[in-house]
Design a protein around this ligand. Structure first.
Ligand code: PRP
Length: 215
């Protein structure tokens, strides 16, 4: 429970990041039952921890937090950079570690106005603008690696975690753009009204992260 008597509403990313996030929360001493790891429920009360989890599509987590329907959320730096929402970024959780990279076929030849396919059009546009390169950005929603293989794009901007998708599709990483980990974010008003509960959670998570060797 928070100082205002309410539960802390936490926007959690559905899917593989949730398992890492719930594990970290448990390592921080929060009693999050493991049965939720494979659950399809979208609103999960966790009264033992004074929380309620809102299971969101990862890309939507900052929206729930910005509008205040979630007080805090767990979200990748990739989504934070793409969505640029008005929220506080409180903590680097050090989980779901990967990188955002420019990727292409190994025999790629420079062209005047290359097409770049990505799920991250804002991130890609800003990156190439800063590099002084004119590109046409094509927004896709998944399986981005298909684009250079079938001639839709010259390059892609996408996440690389193990590199398996690239290897299995004969693609190479041309430039690493930035490292990505999940962050704890907070709604600006909630951060003031539920400050004790949020700060306590940050301290608990911070200690658990330090035990794992920091971020
Ligand atoms: C992500 C990302 C890459 C892949 C990288 O895709 O977009 O395709 O994972 O992981 P790897 O380096 O370990 O192979 P995701 O699985 O989220 O699916 P998507 O195709 O729908 O984006």
């Amino acid at each position: 429970m928070t100082e205002n008597g309410g539960v802390l509403k936490v926007a959690m990313p559905k899917g593989r990041i949730y398992k890492q996030a719930s594990k970290l929360f448990r390592q921080a001493g929060l009693p999050i039952p493991e049965d939720f790891d494979d659950s399809r429920r979208l609103i999960i009360p966790v009264p033992e921890a004074g929380m309620e989890f809102i299971m969101a599509k990862p890309v939507d987590v900052p929206t729930y937090v910005e509008y205040g329907v979630a007080d805090i959320g767990v979200v990748g730096k990739d989504v934070m950079m793409e969505e640029a929402k008005d929220v506080y970024e409180l903590l680097d959780l050090g989980i779901a570690r990967c990188r955002m990279s420019v990727i292409g076929l190994p025999d790629w030849k420079p062209v005047i106005h290359p097409r770049v396919a990505t799920k991250y059009p804002n991130v890609a546009s800003q990156y190439f603008r800063e590099q002084g390169q004119q590109v046409e950005v094509i927004k896709l929603n998944g399986s981005i690696e298909l684009a250079p293989l079938i001639g839709l794009a010259d390059r892609i901007v996408d996440m690389v975690e193990t590199g398996q998708t690239l290897r299995e599709n004969g693609l190479v990483e041309m430039q690493e753009m930035f490292q990505v980990t999940s962050r704890l974010i907070a709604n600006r008003v909630s951060y003031r009204l539920k400050n004790t509960a949020i700060q306590t959670l940050c301290d608990q998570l911070g200690r658990a992260i330090a035990v794992q060797g920091g971020v």
